[in-house]
Write a protein of this length. Structure first.
Lengths: 287, 238
């Protein structure tokens, strides 16, 4: 699979900071996948995204975009990518449509953003001043702004943070559709639900260091307990037993419980992504 | 329409929507009241100071207001991930400052011509007003980019105003004689005032040339040497 980004030994230090914010990280992002950059606040996620979107320069190490040094790209780079910031990025005294018309006018090609406004539930409010928008409306408008130029690579910083479940689902559905169309999506988030539902590959970044690339499923297998817990009623008395998953099909005690009792619940020892997040970012042993 | 024209159009639309142009014009109306109560001769001598105050000093305040609005709204970040260059973004901002200054200039000078019948060399006036806007907005950007918010910018700005108007004050008190006027040109406001005055009265062309070159070199130098390097950094890192 072709690589969209290849990052090698990337280091970055803000001028006023004593230590590096990004400490020699290396990773690559395959074309057409949803890639999650995860980690706690202040870990270096947004800094990494700002470097990849050419907002921050002065880094060391190498970054290849579509096989070419990122530094060699000029402003036309932004025809290719879309950036969705976590904070609202709109002129508050302009309407939603005036904002979109203005930013869209700067690109050579644009999507039908009226249709996208409809999809995210903002079409009725398109002539409303953005300053009057709720937080959720501003986040959805940010999302539309990021997609204005039909980008091949999309950077999304906490795209559903602050949205109600219905609107978060709409955004996640659109992200999945974009992936189906072959777009590469780079998500920076701390919301593990989004990661589990969306990401094909993930890396954790903690204090400027990065973990090896993994998948949500592999992480669950790695950090999850390979066991099964069963709750059942034995003579009207609730009981609970835990069995190792290995050889569960021939575990006589387990089979007896299943056949002789009323089963209430069965749970595998799968660890949630939240637990994995805490575990992985707490370890800080990436070198 | 190329990107630069679209950026300029956007800046001018925002000057109107954010009422920055309106407040600039409101200040001009105050100048009109001052001019109306002067004799023709008095008006002719005070107009250069008013124009420098309006195009230069007020320009800095309006530029600051616009910058801190954009910083608060994170819109510069959104612009910087669009296919436009930082030079285009800065040029658009300078042009919008020039438009705002020209609107005020038209109001003030237009009124002076109609009300007092003052004679003025219009082309020269506009040409020199551009130098004032370019130099003063560049100085304004130094103050803006070094201060986190509008209030702290205003505090520093007040000190700068005092400093820049010292030569004007010394001249009006007749402490500064013509022999030392060259030194006074170091104040961008005094240089600007001299240039504007030359649109109404005869003034030594060497002094005009010096003042004009000084303002243009100062303004362009600051834009290239400081604003260009610092603007993106402040917009991104806060």
């Amino acid at each position: 699979m072709a690589k969209v980004f290849e990052v090698k030994d990337l280091c970055f230090k803000y001028p006023k900071h004593q230590a590096d914010t990004i400490k020699s990280i290396s990773f690559s992002v395959d074309e057409g996948i949803i890639f999650g950059l995860l980690g706690p606040s202040g870990a270096g996620k947004s800094t990494t995204q700002k470097i990849l979107t050419k907002l921050l320069t002065g880094y060391t190490g190498s970054i290849l975009y579509q096989g070419k040094d990122l530094k060699t790209y000029n402003k036309s780079f932004y025809e290719d990518i879309g950036v969705g910031f976590e904070m609202p990025v709109h002129f508050n005294k302009l309407t939603a449509l005036e904002n979109l018309d203005y930013f869209a006018s700067l690109y050579k090609k644009t999507i039908d953003y009226h249709e996208l406004l409809r999809r995210v539930g903002l079409y009725e409010a398109k002539d409303q001043i953005v300053g009057e928008f709720s937080k959720g409306m501003k986040i959805r408008l940010n999302f539309v702004r990021a997609l204005l130029n039909d980008p091949d690579v999309l950077f999304l910083d906490e795209p559903t943070n602050g949205l109600d479940p219905n609107n978060a689902k709409i955004i996640k559905d659109i992200i999945r559709e974009l992936k189906q169309k072959g777009k590469t999506i780079f998500i920076t988030t701390h919301l593990m639900g989004d990661v589990e539902q969306l990401c094909d590959q993930v890396v954790f970044i903690t204090k400027g260091k990065i973990s090896p690339i993994s998948t949500p499923r592999d992480l669950k297998l790695k950090y999850g307990k390979k066991e099964l817990t069963i709750e059942y009623l034995n003579n009207h008395k609730r009981e609970k037993e835990t069995f190792p998953l290995e050889g569960i099909g021939s575990n006589q005690m387990f089979l007896d419980i299943l056949s002789q009792n009323e089963i209430e619940t069965i749970h595998s020892g799968e660890t949630s992504m939240e637990d994995i997040f805490i575990k992985v970012t707490g370890e800080e042993k990436y070198e | 329409m190329n990107s630069l024209l679209k950026l300029i159009k956007g800046e001018i639309v925002r000057l109107i929507k954010y009422k920055i142009l309106f407040f600039g014009m409101l200040v001009s109306v105050i100048w009109l009241l001052i001019i109306a109560f002067q004799t023709k001769e008095q008006a002719q001598s005070i107009i250069p100071i008013l124009i420098v105050t309006d195009s230069g000093m007020m320009g800095i305040i309006l530029l600051g207001a616009s910058f801190y609005f954009e910083k608060q709204e994170n819109t510069v970040k959104s612009l910087l991930v669009s296919p436009v260059s930082l030079i285009q973004v800065l040029i658009a901002k300078i042009v919008s400052a020039i438009v705002s200054a020209l609107v005020s200039l038209t109001i003030v000078v237009g009124f002076a011509i109609i009300y007092h019948g003052i004679e003025v060399q219009i082309i020269k006036l506009i040409f020199y007003a551009l130098a004032i806007v370019i130099s003063h907005t560049a100085i304004g950007y130094i103050i803006i980019l070094k201060n986190k918010d509008f209030l702290s910018m205003l505090v520093v700005f007040s000190g700068v105003i005092l400093l820049f108007y010292v030569p004007t004050l010394l001249k009006s008190l007749e402490i500064l004689t013509s022999d030392y006027e060259i030194l006074a040109l170091l104040s961008p406001s005094y240089s600007g005032e001299l240039l504007i005055r030359s649109s109404f009265n005869e003034i030594d062309w060497v002094k005009q040339l010096l003042a004009y070159i000084y303002l243009m070199v100062l303004g362009i130098g600051i834009y290239i040497g400081y604003v260009y390097k610092k603007f993106k950094k402040v917009a991104i890192e806060g």
